[in-house]
Design a protein around this ligand. Structure first.
Ligand code: CA
Ligand code: CA
Length: 147
């Protein structure tokens, strides 16, 4: 049997829910959040997230504060990857609490809920270091991407 495409993992409604969570989180912070979904990840997940980050041109933010939530759904792999501007300001375990918050949802297969919760928490955390500004631009797409 052919495997379902990653693109079809979420319903249209769920994709919109995730997008709306990103839009809401970005009203609190200048940080830019994206979600990328694949079926499998055949290499080191952090390395792979780094590649996706580059492919999506997520370095193109003024403050280098893009954050990628990368999910390989069939391999049950998940990485939160932040850009240099964030890493220079926060401790190494900055994303651990976000990850820990999301994993119980994923374990119950509540992927949309887990992502939306994580995105919200990431926005709250980023806000301390990268507050939202009046002249904010939406620098990176809020739509979930797939490959
Ligand atoms: Ca923005
Ligand atoms: Ca955005």
């Amino acid at each position: 049997m052919e495997e379902k495409k990653a693109r079809d993992f979420f319903t249209e409604k769920e994709k919109l829910e995730i997008r709306d969570a990103i839009i809401a989180a970005e009203t609190h912070t200048s940080g830019e959040i994206r979600v990328h979904v694949e079926n499998h990840c055949k290499e080191d997940a952090v390395k792979h997230a780094e590649k996706i980050f580059a492919k999506l041109k997520m370095h193109n933010t003024a403050e280098r504060n893009g954050v990628l939530f990368f999910l390989a759904v069939l391999d049950r792999t998940f990485v939160i990857y932040g850009d240099a501007g964030i890493n220079s300001k926060v401790p190494d375990d900055f994303w651990d609490s976000v990850r820990d918050h999301m994993l119980p949802f994923f374990k119950q297969k509540l992927f949309t809920r887990g992502l939306c919760e994580g995105i919200k928490l990431a926005g709250d955390k980023l806000r301390e270091h990268f507050p939202h500004r009046k002249d904010d631009k939406d620098e990176l797409s809020n739509d979930v991407s797939f490959s």
